[in-house]
Ligand binder design. Structure first.
Ligand code: HEC
Length: 229
């Protein structure tokens, strides 16, 4: 009977070579299956928020402002409104509001899943400012000193020289110190997508990972909490 009858392709290989082949094969097979088995499922809560945010950006910002910041907008601000309950938010989205200061009803346009995504997103926006050490979609605590430090280094290397100045002050772009009006999510979006205004801010979404951008956001938020001296 032939040796290695089961594996004709490797039957002619010396035994040592076979073991060299088999062991790494087994290890990588084991690793890939076990990695697969333990691979974290995409966080459903985060996925829901992400979907809610992108819907909000399409359907709601025109009246409520970016991130529901709602300053001088037709609709009221939704940010930092802890008194709004989840039930009220859901109801308003479904029913809208008739009258001269109206909000369109979405209950007939969007399915239940879409509405719950919006409710989840607005429910984060409404949290009071001091509770927002995380933005709706930030993957870590934005007050984490190690993240702030990473952001500071990246900022000094990439952003400070040309446009933003040391510690974000005195560059060609607006200062960051003492800025309390910049929401974390909004800051992320501007870094990710860039901005075309009178001065162009380039988009960094292709050059930096999301994590790196969130670290920059952590740093800029930190600067925003510092007094202007
Ligand atoms: C055409 C403008 C407009 C659009 C678009 C719009 N809203 Fe509104 N929204 C309003 C106005 C105006 C009010 C205030 C209604 C009132 O007097 O209670 C409001 C109120 C709300 C409230 C209740 C806030 C409060 O103070 O009681 C929530 C929550 C809300 N909107 C969420 C959304 C969401 C989510 C979307 C997107 C799916 C959206 N809105 C789209 C105009 C709009």
């Amino acid at each position: 009977m032939k040796r290695n009858g089961l594996f004709p392709a490797i039957a002619h290989l010396p035994r040592r070579a076979v073991s060299h082949l088999i062991i790494p094969l087994c290890v990588s097979l084991w690793a890939s299956t076990s990695c697969f088995a333990v691979a974290p499922p995409a966080d459903p809560a985060r996925a829901q928020l992400a979907a809610g945010k992108s819907r909000f950006d399409k359907l709601c910002v025109s009246c409520h402002g970016a991130d529901g910041a709602g300053k001088d907008t037709y609709g009221p601000k939704l940010q930092h409104r802890p008194e709004l309950t989840e039930a009220q938010i859901r109801e308003r989205i479904i029913q809208g509001k008739h009258g001269d200061h109206a909000m369109p009803p979405w209950g007939t346009v969007l399915d239940n899943e879409a509405i719950e995504q919006l409710v989840a997103y607005v429910s984060i926006l409404r949290q009071p400012a001091e509770k927002q050490s995380t933005a709706p979609l930030s993957p870590f605590d934005l007050y984490d000193p190690a993240r702030i430090e990473n952001g500071r280094k990246r900022f000094a290397k990439t952003c400070a020289g040309y446009c933003h100045g040391h510690e974000g002050v005195g560059g060609r772009a607006p200062d960051f110190k003492g800025r309390t009006d910049l929401g974390a999510q909004q800051t992320f979006d501007v870094i990710f997508h860039g901005r075309m205004s009178s001065d162009v801010m380039p988009p960094w979404g292709d050059a930096f990972s999301e994590e790196t951008i969130w670290e920059l956001v952590a740093y800029l938020q930190y600067l925003g909490r510092q007094p202007l001296d």
